[in-house]
Design a protein around this ligand. Structure first.
Ligand SMILES: [Zn+2]
Length: 101
């Protein structure tokens, strides 16, 4: 199970699960964080950023972007682009990760 999201670190489940729904989180942890300004959230966000290893191949979103170029994904996070694009299509929004270099 991936707890850190290399493509979108702020969307990492380890940050979302304990964060209050009103602050954009999932509110799944009792006594979790009230907002992203909470010291605990900020510390964990720093740990998430530090846990993401620099990739040999990377694009502006931090993924290898090879899946979208017809190659084999080496970062394990490229699926997020297609999943998000499909989701945005259903809600009529613009994908934040649709652009590729
Ligand atoms: Zn990839």
């Amino acid at each position: 199970m991936r707890r850190a999201n290399a493509a979108q670190p702020d969307e990492s489940r380890i940050l979302k699960a304990p964060l209050a729904v009103g602050a954009g989180g999932w509110g799944q942890v009792p006594d979790g964080w009230e907002s992203t300004e909470d010291a605990g959230y900020r510390k964990m966000a720093g740990l998430v950023a530090a846990s993401i290893q620099p990739l040999r191949y990377r694009d502006i979103n931090g993924t290898c972007a090879r899946l979208q170029k017809g190659d084999k994904c080496v970062c394990g996070s490229c699926w997020v682009r297609d999943a998000e694009a499909a989701y945005r299509k259903t809600v009529g929004g613009v994908s934040a990760t649709a652009k590729t270099e």
